[in-house]
Design a protein around this ligand. Structure first.
Ligand code: FES
Ligand code: MG
Length: 577
């Protein structure tokens, strides 16, 4: 490690060194916490942004892991400062964590800005925490390492593996179809999440931590280590040690998150099977780094990147624990070969591809070679047409191929309550080719774009033995979901996107190979409907919700707040001390 700056040039030195009354206060208050001057003098101060809370099952172990991070920071000659941040549990936060992703991003940025810190370890993993912490830290620009929570162990019930989310949805359909008893259902409930860590399917959490690693923001291999593996403690300590070096080396994130790093992240995401949510987050993250990533870029990379991680829900049998034993994300990167751009560096200061030759792939059924993929193209397709001029997404690998080209009559629900009536009525008149549409569930309409896009199968179709149908919404769906679900239709209906003009009975045509989604309604008829459309009332009259409604961007732009964008106004000054 070659230092690029002196201690006096550290940001924290502005707080801790001057011989004045303010700094007297900072020093005396540090001593109040039990520290001697030699604990901090000459040492960079490292923030640990910890998203632990009693309402965050995926981060239960962060209460312990933070001690391992602290240990690494101390070993490397830094001074740790743990700063708790919003924990954003997917399970408990309502109406949806997506409403609060940007709040955590703002919190992360401002925690770093307002405190005497020179760099940070970001502790996240449950879906939104990864993009939120990274978005905030990118905007602040201090050296940081992202510490992923790690996936939980495989679920287990009656000798069968259970996958987070995916099997919950699957067995719930069976329960509604009456094929599962109450006792079996309770057994599944107790077995599906049996250790700390984030969801262990290739859902949003696993995709996002893979993206963070492929973007160069985690230590190599970190994202695949199961939360309950002792390797996770060791990795936590390594993060602490490494960030101190990065501070001395002045390895700031703009040197890491380049266009090449973003392309690598998207390539890796596509090869993993990629949660649809990841599209929104990776766009938002790239834009915070000043890189104008578009949906079309994702589609372009997707078309030439096969899915090679055979993990549910895109793959058939395996879960993240198997992925780790098969070699983890580094093994997947090795399989990708020259699809990765070696000019991108990571938090190590070295190329992303450095050392990949030596990586072993232990199970080529789990981490497939490019010649034997799970799915021949990347797992996401971007559709455009008169229903979604700014785009919509679908996961072709996770739906019945007979829906890749589909035409059928629309059945439109304006709200989730209305939708529930349709899906819970065993005699509702619909047919296997019905296109079930949910609107007013986007960024503003939801509000916060809830994960309602995997609309449960209507009882009337379950009764016929059907388990998939074409569904369209401006909502998101859980990354662990599956089925023929077109999502993120933009602009959303609530702000007057053309989805607002669709009527029950109109014919809708989806063509995934042609990347199109249209309603077969004449233009003059659409113009008449547009003229008759009135905007719904704004959802919030005060508070955070009002700020959200005024500033959130549409899904194709990453749902960031407009005023948080890199090019929105002049840079923010360092705080006066
Ligand atoms: Fe936390 Fe799925 S609930 S990652
Ligand atoms: Mg999720």
């Amino acid at each position: 490690m070659t230092p690029k700056k002196t201690y006096e040039q550290m940001r924290s030195a502005r707080w801790m060194v001057p011989d004045d009354q303010r700094s007297f206060g900072h020093r005396s208050r540090t001593m109040q916490m039990g520290y001697d001057p030699e604990d901090w003098e000459g040492r960079p101060i490292v923030a640990i942004l910890n998203t632990w809370s009693d309402a965050q099952p995926c981060h239960v172990h962060f209460k312990d892991r933070v001690e391992w991070v602290r240990r690494g920071i101390l070993q490397a000659g830094g001074f740790p400062m743990e700063l708790p941040a919003l924990s954003l549990s997917e399970n408990f936060v309502k109406p949806t964590t997506m409403l609060y992703r940007n709040l955590l991003a703002m919190e992360a940025e401002e925690l770093l800005r307002s405190h005497p810190v020179d760099g940070a370890v970001l502790m996240g993993g449950c879906d939104k925490t990864t993009p939120a912490l990274i978005m905030g830290a990118l905007s602040m620009g201090l050296p940081f390492v992202f510490l992923p929570a790690g996936p939980m162990l495989r679920g287990n019930y009656a000798g069968k593996y259970l996958g987070s989310g995916t099997d919950g949805f699957k067995y719930w359909d069976e329960r509604r179809a009456g094929t599962i008893s109450k006792e079996e259902w309770q057994g599944i409930e107790g077995g599906i999440a049996r250790s700390y860590g984030h969801c262990m399917t290739m859902g949003t959490a696993s995709t996002m931590t893979a993206i963070a690693e492929a973007m160069g923001l985690s230590l190599p291999g970190a994202s695949s280590i199961p939360a309950a593996d002792a390797g996770h403690q060791r990795m936590s300590t390594q993060c602490g040690r490494r960030v101190v070096e990065m501070i001395w080396e002045d390895l700031t994130p703009e040197k890491i998150v380049t266009p090449a790093a973003v392309e690598n992240a998207v390539t890796v995401a596509m090869a993993t099977g990629c949660s649809t949510n990841a599209i929104i987050h990776v766009i938002a993250m790239a834009r915070r780094a000043g890189i104008p990533l578009e949906l079309d870029d994702l589609d372009r990379i997707g078309r030439t990147t096969p899915v090679i991680a055979n993990i549910r829900p895109s793959g058939s049998n395996y879960l993240m624990e198997d992925f780790y034993y098969a070699g983890g994300l580094r093994a997947l990167m090795k399989q990708l070969g020259d699809k990765l751009d070696s000019s991108a560096i990571t938090v190590t200061g070295r190329s992303l591809t450095d050392g990949l030759e030596a990586v072993k792939i232990w199970n080529e059924d789990v981490i497939r070679p490019l010649t034997n993929p799970v799915y021949h193209e990347g797992s996401l397709a971007v559709l455009k047409g008169n229903l979604c001029p700014d785009g919509a997404v679908i996961k072709p690998a996770a739906c019945d191929p007979k829906f890749h080209r589909h035409k059928g009559p629309a059945l439109v629900a304006d709200s989730y309550a209305e939708l529930k009536k349709i899906i819970d009525d065993p005699d509702y008149p619909l047919t296997p080719d019905t296109v079930l549409v949910l609107r007013n569930a986007g960024p503003q309409g939801g509000p916060g774009m809830p994960e309602w896009g995997m609309i449960p199968m209507p009882k009337a179709l379950l009764k016929l033995g059907l388990r998939d149908m074409m569904r369209i919404s401006d909502a998101r769906m859980s990354g662990t979901s599956f089925g023929a679900c077109v999502l993120h239709a933009a602009p959303e209906a609530y702000v007057g996107g053309p989805l607002a003009l669709l009527r029950t009975g109109d014919t809708v045509e989806v063509d995934i190979p042609a990347r199109s989604l249209n309603m077969l309604v004449p233009d003059d008829e659409l113009a008449a409907r547009r003229a008759a459309w009135t905007p719904p009332p704004q959802r919030y009259g005060r508070g955070y919700g009002l700020m959200f409604s005024k500033h959130v961007e549409q899904a194709d732009k990453g749902c960031d707040f407009d005023f948080l964008k890199t090019d929105f106004g002049p840079p923010v000054d360092e705080p006066a001390i």
